[in-house]
Design a protein around this ligand. Sequence first.
Ligand code: IFM
Length: 454
Amino acid sequence: MTASFPDDFLFGTATASYQIEGAANEDGRCPSIWDTFSHTGHTLGGDTGDVACDSYHRWEEDLDLLADLGVDAYRFSVAMPRVMPVEGGAPNPKGLDFYERIVDGLLARGIKPIVTLYHWDLPQYLGDQGGWLNRDTAYRVAEYAGVVAHRLGDRVHTYTTLNEPWCSSYLSYGGTEHAPGLGGGPKAFAAVHHLNLAHGLMTQAIRGEAGDGPELSVTLNLQMNRGDADAVHRLDLIANRAFLDPMLRGYYPEELFAVTRGICDWSFVQDGDLEQIHQPIDVLGINYYSTNRVAMSGRPQFPQSATASTAPGASDVDWLPTEGPHTDMGWNIDPDGLHDLLVRTYDQYRLPMVVTENGMACRDELVVEADGTKAVHDAERIEYVRRHLEAVSRAMTEGVPMRGYFVWSLLDNFEWAFGYAKRFGIVYMDYETLERTPKDSFRWYRGVIANRGL
Ligand code: IFM
């Protein structure tokens, strides 16, 4: 074996509500900012999450796939629009029932539920009041977290407050790539802070309702940047430390204020906020796909119109072309980057970690074999996952406490602004028939899990 993992290491796969559930108008669910965004021409081909993988109806089939795969844990997200569909109203029992069925269905199959509470599908009624630019959103989302924790309690192994707040702030309010696509440049810093505040309030609400049994965590897509040292440092402050430091150390770095002077006065940070944000958590989730090559651009920090070619949140930095090979997303393949990121993050923050997402978009093709069975031969994805698991194992050998690894994703699904054009699943989705076909990577990963190693 080139890498082996302990028995308590969690092998799993991950998904998110809006990306797989569909059933957008059922059982009382209200629209989210992603329904609005996708229905107003902001996604490739006008794709929406209306049907997606229809997991809202086919959840048992999906849980059976997980059981067949032999995973230790499954990471999925709860949709606030299902649970709190009416502004100021009572929780929706049908929404809570749905997630309870999933949790109980997982437990019945011997699979640990890992619940993400916010994976970007903010109710539109909160979006209408400014979304994450509005401080009140943090309090509403924390209330919802408490409602979910009250119902699901300690049946959940780990509650994750937020998924990738970098995306739900910079890409969503600074840039235009993600809902609501505000394109407000430095306005995104208010969203950053309110997401941080939500994280702190959510952890307290979850602990209050679910007790000390479940683990608490947050998932960050920390950047691993290479290239010009000034640019790397600038992005470390804006993309990484703007979240890590308040959550895990209780402060914003002074240098972050310095590099944003003149464009953001941070007056939205109120007395006592940092104490609220800085709450004990058990494990840090890391989503990792690729690395960036960066350089200072010579442009001023934050012209109002940041473009996709600039680093969101830092318009004075350019993202340069990276060395190949690249995935179908155009992202470079750099497993050493994962190793280096895990080692660096542990050196600085000393928390156990779990890779909550890692995987590859490929141009998968469904083929019909001579015997009539359907298959997808995704050797590239197998190689990608194998090399990244080796990188995790290397970090562990060097003393980094890694608790698990989750492939993104169980199913091909709605890839946000790219709609259904990008396939990350280890199970192929036929979007016409909604038939699920396990790919070669599914069978390969099953072997890895069974052998506890490569
Ligand atoms: O599909 C997304 C997921 O929702 C968040 N992390 C990155 C994935 C691939 O882009």
